[in-house]
Design a protein around this ligand. Structure first.
Ligand code: SF4
Length: 288
């Protein structure tokens, strides 16, 4: 933890191990001779996607969109459905699977219980790429709910396996699982929230509630950053969600006594550093 003039930068801010590994893999591949294609944007962060485009790493939705078939296709950290994986692997191009091992763990748990006849309920965002991928392992018996309120509308199941999107808020997962228990004869609860997300949430709860201002750095379209911002708003009355230092509300920064800076799993370190640097500069200019 870095502490300087009451500006604290979260130790766990920025890239999680899954995202970091996917980016490292892609950059290593881009250093070779072949063009590199990612199936969907590698992460939802404009600064990173701009940097990848500059290195001719192209995001496509389907293998047939690759203009050079001698290139490499990369499956991103979120993972995909097994059906789509099969399609990609049989398209004739070289494939590199950068699915995060912790997403794979969730896929394996769903697969195991779905094969035993369990219905799967995923607590998460049904439109998120990871959840779309997870649904592919449910043997066609899967439902996504965003929280306990939606879970109340579920029908009755003989056997249900409750899993989580890896970046879900832990309290939401357990409240939802409690509700789902009422809808099943047999209920298997598999907390598949990944450890880096749990650690980030724990750190956020500890520091955000003692700050006068929380700055959340990360893409406006990044689901995990948006969720982190929601968590911070529950803990602190003043929260700024910014993509870069240019969006900072300087008046708030000068007024606040204690500032906590954190970031989503898809935010690069250099973006966090620039925000932290700008915050410290501003405060140094008025509190010499
Ligand atoms: S948030 Fe967790 S599961 Fe998702 S890529 Fe990062 S480490 Fe892996």
């Amino acid at each position: 933890m870095e502490k300087e003039q009451d500006v604290i930068v979260a130790k766990r801010a920025g890239f999680c191990p899954g995202v970091k590994s996917a980016i490292d893999k892609v950059l290593e591949l881009a250093a070779g001779q072949k063009p590199v294609y990612t199936i969907g944007p590698l992460i939802h962060n404009k600064q990173v996607t701009d940097m990848l485009s500059a290195k001719h790493i192209t995001s496509i939705d389907f293998p047939h969109q690759a203009t050079d078939k001698s290139g490499v296709l990369v499956i991103r950290a979120h993972g995909i459905t097994p059906q789509f994986q099969q399609e990609i692997e049989s398209c004739g191009m070289e494939v590199v699977d950068a699915t995060c091992p912790l997403v794979k763990h969730a896929q394996n748990i769903i697969d195991k219980f779905a094969r035993q006849g369990y219905h799967t309920v995923i607590v998460g965002d049904g439109e998120h790429a990871e959840v779309i991928g997870l649904m592919g392992y449910t043997q066609g018996r899967g439902t996504v709910v965003s929280g306990p309120e939606e879970a109340k509308k579920l029908p009755h199941f003989d056997k249900v396996n409750v899993v989580s999107q890896t970046t879900q808020k832990e309290s939401v997962f357990y409240q939802t699982a409690e509700e789902i228990k009422k809808h099943a004869d047999m209920c298997q609860i598999s907390n598949t929230i990944c450890q880096p997300t749990k650690d980030r949430q724990k750190e956020t709860i500890e520091f955000a509630q003692n700050a006068d201002l929380v700055i959340v750095v990360g893409g406006k379209h990044s689901a995990n950053t948006a969720r982190l911002a929601v968590l911070c708003r529950e803990l602190s009355s003043a929260v700024q969600h910014v993509e870069t230092e240019k969006e900072l509300d300087e008046t708030q920064i000068l007024k606040a006594k204690k500032i906590f800076i954190t970031a989503g799993a898809s935010t690069p370190e250099w973006v966090i550093d620039r925000v932290a640097e700008r915050v410290k500069q501003l405060r140094a200019s008025t509190h010499p």
